[in-house]
Each structure stands twice: as structure tokens, then as C-alpha cells.
Design a protein. Structure first.
Length: 307
């Protein structure tokens, strides 16, 4: 299991230079990837173009770009331009988001989300791969052809949790990006469904990118209470709630990697054994010493043989 950093917590106080420095430090510390959510008024793909020059060889991934507010042709154009700008190191993660944000924030209709995703991929993937698409879908469509700024398209992944979306993701993309999903659910639900779908389509084994809070501390109860408070909304959204119920836990804090160095290392090993190919840490701390301990543990952890 490869380790990366999910820097989405930085979006609470967005600033370009600190984000670029964070990516540079991640690369210097030996991590293979750096991920950022697409939310608020910060454009993740633009951040990547600014940060990549300071972090050569680092993979940059969106976790994730919501599909509803952005036409797939517009996203294809931006993703291809970013791929060209950063030297072919982009992984484009996309996701459906959630009904409350689609209807309440963007004032759009939460209309047939599975059909929405299928149509979206029917436009996005051909444009990325060939520069041409001809799809007249029920929700999304596009007809046209353009020259691409780069020949090798970015990898595409989907935030897939439910069985239907996992099967579409396995058949058509490079894998799934997870949030609020624990090892039991990866082992018994995510990995079997997406892997079978990829195999049936003759595709390579899919990536399964697990992202969770990580906090090395001597006060785990206090830390867990803080995480529970900050992530309350995720335990209420139906798609995440279904994954937490599969895991048999009350909320996201119960699957966060919180404890001393030995505890967190054991949790990472469990996630690797469950079938995750990548783990991207959302680092947490209440003071600099905890931040340093958390980063040190992540730098030093290595998977068991075959993990």
C-alpha cells in the first residue's frame, strides 16, 4: 500500500504559497502523492499547476471534483491542460457529491445520479483519450472534436461507494477514492465489487485509495472527540452513513487512525490487508509536537511483505 497526503484540511485557510510548500514537503518526506478536494473558492487543478514545479515526480490527485456543477467537456479541457502543465502526473478524481449540496448549494436537481455518472463518463473519457466525443445522453451530452494539449490523458477515478457506482467505476475507470470507509468495508464490499467489475471488463486491477484522518497522540479520547465534532456531517449523509453502518461504527471518528505510534501503525497495516492500494492521510494535530509525530509515523511506516 502506497502512502500519500490528502491536504484538503488546508482549504479551511486557503493560500497558494503554503499549499505549494506543503506539496514540496510531502515529496521531500518521501510520499508518492498529494491530493486536494475541489471545494469552496479554491480550484484544485490550478493549485496543482502552481505546486508541481516545487515537487517533481509527485502525483497530484483531485479528491474529488464534483460532477454536477461542471460540464464534462469543461472538466476535460482543464484536466488535459493541467496534465500537460505538470508533466503527466495528474489523477482526476470525480464524484457525484450529495443531494444536500447539489440542491441546497448549487440549486440544481439531484436527478438520477447513476445515469448522470454514466452520461458524464460517456463524454469525459473519450475527450480525455481522443479529443472527440459524440454522446447524446439523457442528462449530459456533447458532440465535437478538438486537438488535445497532451497525448497521454490523466488517470480517472471515481468516488464510488454503492454497488452500482462501484461496478461502473471498475468497468470504466482506474479505481475509486474513498472517504469515511473503514477496513472491514473495504475488505467485504469495496474491493470485491470493484475488482470483479474491472476483471469482467478486462481492465487492470483497480486502485483503491483510502483517505482518513490520522492523529498520533497520547490523548486519543480527546482527539477522537474533536474529530467526531468536526466530521459530524459525514455521519449524516446517506452514502457515508451506509458505509459506516457496514463497518458497524457510530461515526467517522470511530474509523479515524488515532492513538500512539504503535496503534496508528497497526491501523495502517489493517487497511493495507483489507485491500487498499493507497492510503492518503488527512493529518490532524492539536499542537506542533503531535503534527511532527504524525508525519514521522507516516514517513516510517512500511507495509508488511505483500502489503
Amino acid at each position: 500500500m502506497r502512502l500519500g497526503i490528502n491536504a484538503s484540511a488546508l482549504l479551511a485557510r486557503p493560500a497558494l504559497e503554503p499549499m505549494a510548500e506543503h506539496a514540496r514537503q510531502a515529496r521531500e518526506d518521501g510520499f508518492g502523492s498529494w491530493w486536494l478536494a475541489q471545494t469552496g473558492l479554491v480550484d484544485a487543478l490550478t493549485i496543482f499547476t502552481a505546486a508541481a514545479v516545487h515537487a517533481p515526480d509527485l502525483e497530484f490527485g483531485t479528491a474529488v471534483v464534483p460532477t454536477f456543477p461542471r460540464h464534462p467537456q469543461a472538466l476535460a479541457a482543464q484536466a488535459l491542460t493541467t496534465q500537460a502543465a505538470i508533466g503527466g502526473r495528474l489523477t482526476l478524481g470525480i464524484g457525484l457529491a450529495h443531494q444536500p449540496s447539489v440542491e441546497g448549494r448549487w440549486r440544481l436537481s439531484w436527478e438520477r445520479p447513476v445515469r448522470h455518472l454514466m452520461d458524464y463518463l460517456d463524454v469525459l473519457l473519450p475527450l480525455l483519450e481522443t479529443g472527440q466525443a459524440n454522446h447524446h445522453g439523457e442528462i449530459w451530452g456533447f458532440e465535437g472534436a478538438y486537438p488535445r494539449p497532451v497525448a497521454h490523458p490523466p488517470r480517472v477515478m471515481v468516488a464510488a461507494l454503492g454497488e452500482q457506482v462501484l461496478r461502473i467505476t471498475g468497468r470504466r475507470t482506474d479505481g475509486t477514492i474513498l472517504w469515511c470507509v473503514g477496513p472491514k468495508t473495504i475488505r467485504n464490499h469495496i474491493a470485491p465489487v470493484i475488482t470483479e467489475a474491472a476483471e469482467s471488463a478486462g481492465r487492470p486491477a483497480p486502485r483503491i485509495v483510502c483517505s482518513l484522518p490520522v492523529w498520533v497522540t497520547d490523548e486519543p479520547d480527546k482527539a477522537r472527540a474533536q474529530v467526531a465534532q468536526s466530521l459530524t456531517v459525514y455521519g449524516e449523509l446517506p452514502s457515508y452513513r451506509a458505509m459506516l453502518d457496514r463497518e458497524g461504527v457510530e461515526g467517522p471518528a470511530d474509523i479515524a487512525l488515532i492513538g500512539d505510534e504503535y496503534d496508528v501503525a497497526d491501523m495502517l497495516t489493517e487497511i493495507a490487508a483489507a485491500g487498499a492500494t493507497d492510503f492518503t492521510a488527512v493529518e490532524q494535530a492539536s499542537h506542533p509536537e503531535e503534527a511532527a509525530r504524525t508525519r514521522a509515523l507516516l514517513k516510517s511506516w512500511s507495509p508488511p511483505t505483500g502489503g
